[in-house]
Design a protein around this ligand. Structure first.
Ligand SMILES: [Zn+2]
Length: 653
């Protein structure tokens, strides 16, 4: 009997193991299988309680509740009175769980289908069917956020204009906007994103108020308005949108210390140059750990085969010999003249409409292309091509340029665009298709190389539904149209909203071409203060960044306690144009002090020893970059700046 029982138990255990592993087999790291109950959705780092219509009654992210009261649909008094219904959990394979809710209110029969995925993305399809024709003057989704967790806004339109990145308080606490496909509200550590692919079915007289935020006391109320004037509703209303709490995954300085990306290298960079120097050696000595081959690795823009196959193999091998990883560029289209684009009808079926052309000055006959849509055949072509690329070459990851953008598209040839009651065509932003494409690419790459690095350049569209399966993002190109003469300043609240990834769940790097608009040191001054690195773009930016890496390594920064200025770093600055963040470790502190005005200044820093983990004896301060000793006066330190500059200062007893 015992043997039989043991066998049965062993069999059961094996079966459970199989079920468990099959559940988690497809869930990409670091995500964990979805945990679903009828009234609850859990995923990595986040928990959502589901109420009527499966809408969240509370969402917890990074250990704090995001809502002041439940998310709900609101309409004229009475329309949602007496709402009741029944939720069912239909399926959960670990990757994705599906719920349905069927019920009604005094005015509507209501059907809801909600899908929630391992990265925390939830998609709602809600159908309101009037029981009899009902007169309504307002219908809206209300998301009542706890204001302290909604102090920053990032609204993105998958283009350089039409978005907002700001502190919400700094913006005045109020916001009205035409439809944009993505709105995130958060603090420095967490947030909640809302997304929709279009305003299809929204019945608005004043579309400038489609999206609305109002802060009042401790509440930041985010509202999407579907109806703003009196209408008699006699046919079903369909409402679709997504929600995603963030951070989608933890962000660590340790990951970044292993990444250290250089942009960009070319076929010849594993060979000695005219002076006998090999660029890869220079980069290795500087501390670079990852290199990116930009868009010129294939003959035509967007091709997925190298122009020089054997040279690519050799270059990869030369990188690996030096312990460096190599990524290649993936874009958002395929050159008009590429042989693969000559298939009849392909260009017109793949392209977004209206066309978004790119006509570069250099080699336009090989590189001119039109942006493609993830809803078209381009998606399958791209995924299959990447699969083949990783079968044929020992690459270590991919760099995406615009691939994560859900470009505005009304190309009916592949199912984009929608027509209003007068037959006018309107565009979609195909967020779901781009999300699917990026997930498929991530799965494909990691099938070949489980620890592959996926890095996205997406300036101005930090949209987690399309980015959550990436590791890192590179953001800042939206400022390149300015020059040094414009003396651009990025408000610190805007930088905290979009350019540091902690609250979103991706490692962030700042992009700055030299003097467009910042010098490298100015870019480091603003980015480094936020614990964000400036990615060297070309050899001229390597030295200034490499010097920081050496200091961080010497100090042991990845395992130190991070004390950013917005949480009280323990460094009080005597002038408001100076901010300081710090790392603390083993009785030492590393201060990142930035002066953010382009004018001279002498100021005094006052150090809070307890906060910085410093002892009670005499303080010794050194410039961590030059080794120069800096005089201290008790707990104070005097610093002089000539312009917008930073200092890295190590302080110990
Ligand atoms: Zn399209």
């Amino acid at each position: 009997m015992d043997t039989m029982r043991t066998r049965i138990l062993a069999g059961l255990f094996m079966l459970m193991t199989i079920i468990a592993s099959s559940l988690s087999a497809d869930v990409p790291k670091p995500y964990t299988p979805v945990k679903a109950l009828v009234g609850e959705f859990r995923c990595l780092g986040r928990m959502t309680k589901l109420g009527p219509m499966l809408l969240p009654t509370q969402i917890t992210a990074a250990d704090k509740p995001l809502l002041i009261s439940p998310i709900h649909l609101a309409a004229d008094a009475g329309a949602f009175d007496g709402i009741k219904g029944k939720a069912n959990l239909i399926s959960n394979d670990g990757n994705s769980a599906v719920w349905e809710w069927k019920g009604g209110s005094s005015a509507f029969t209501i059907a809801v289908r909600m899908t929630a995925q391992c990265d925390g993305f939830q998609w709602y399809d809600i159908t309101l069917t009037p029981k009899q024709p009902v007169k309504l003057s307002s219908l809206r989704l209300e998301v009542p956020r706890s204001e302290p967790t909604a102090r920053y806004i990032h609204a993105a339109a998958f283009q350089w204009g039409g978005q907002l990145t700001s502190g919400l308080r700094e913006y005045g606490g109020k916001w009205n906007q035409k439809f944009v496909p993505y709105v995130w509200l958060g603090d420095e550590d967490r947030g909640l994103a809302w997304t929709a692919e279009s305003a299809q079915g929204w019945r608005l007289d004043a579309d400038t108020h489609a999206l609305h935020i109002e802060t009042n006391g401790g509440t930041a109320l985010f509202v999407t308005t579907f109806l703003d004037h009196e209408e008699t509703i006699s046919s079903p209303i369909k409402i679709s949108f997504g929600l995603q709490a963030t951070p989608v995954k933890p962000v660590s300085f340790a990951w970044r210390a292993k990444a250290r990306i250089f942009h960009d290298i070319h076929y010849q960079d594993g060979e000695p140059d005219a002076q006998g120097k090999i660029l890869l050696d220079t980069l290795k000595d500087a501390g670079v750990k990852t290199v990116v081959f930009h868009d010129m690795w294939p003959a035509y823009y967007g091709q997925l085969i190298p122009e020089k196959p054997e040279e690519l193999r050799k270059l990869i091998a030369e990188c690996h010999k030096r312990g460096m990883r190599m990524l290649v560029y993936i874009g958002y289209g395929l050159a008009r003249n590429a042989p693969e684009m000559q298939v009849k009808g392909r260009h017109d079926e793949w392209s977004v409409l209206p066309l978004i052309p790119w006509v570069p000055g250099y080699k336009p006959e090989f590189r001119t292309f039109d942006a493609t849509c993830a809803r078209s055949g381009f998606q399958d072509w791209l995924v299959a091509g990447i699969d083949k690329l990783f079968t044929d070459y020992d690459l270590d990851g991919l760099y995406f340029d615009g691939t994560t953008e859900a470009w505005k598209c009304e190309n009916e040839a592949h199912g984009c665009g929608w027509r209003d009651k007068d037959g006018n065509l309107h565009p979609d932003n195909p967020v779901l298709a781009v999300r699917t494409m990026m997930r498929r690419i991530a799965d494909t790459v990691r099938k070949h190389k489980p620890d592959a690095m996926l890095d996205a350049h997406m300036s101005a569209s930090l949209t987690m539904p399309t980015l959550s399966f990436m590791d890192s993002y590179w953001d800042g190109e939206q400022y390149e149209t300015y020059t040094a003469a414009d003396k651009v300043e990025i408000p610190l609240d805007a930088f905290r909203a979009e350019f540091m990834g902690y609250a979103h769940g991706l490692d962030a790097e700042f992009l700055c071409y030299i003097n467009r608009p910042f010098t490298t040191d100015e870019a480091i001054a603003i980015a480094g203060l936020h614990g964000v690195e400036v990615r060297p773009d070309g050899i001229a930016q390597v030295d200034p960044v490499s010097r920081l890496w050496a200091v961080y390594d010497r100090f042991g920064m990845p395992s130190a306690k991070w004390l950013p200025y917005w949480k009280g770093s323990g460094v009080e600055c005597g002038d408001s144009s100076v901010k300081a963040s710090a790392w603390s470790k083993d009785g030492r502190a590393l201060l990142f002090v930035s002066h953010l005005k382009r004018e001279p200044l002498t100021t005094v820093l006052h150090l809070d020893r307890k906060q910085l983990g410093l002892g009670k004896g005499t303080l010794n301060a050194t410039d961590a970059l030059t080794g120069a000793v800096l005089p201290t006066n008790g707990d104070s330190l005097s610093l002089s700046f000539t312009s917008m500059e930073y200092r890295l200062i190590e302080v110990r007893e």
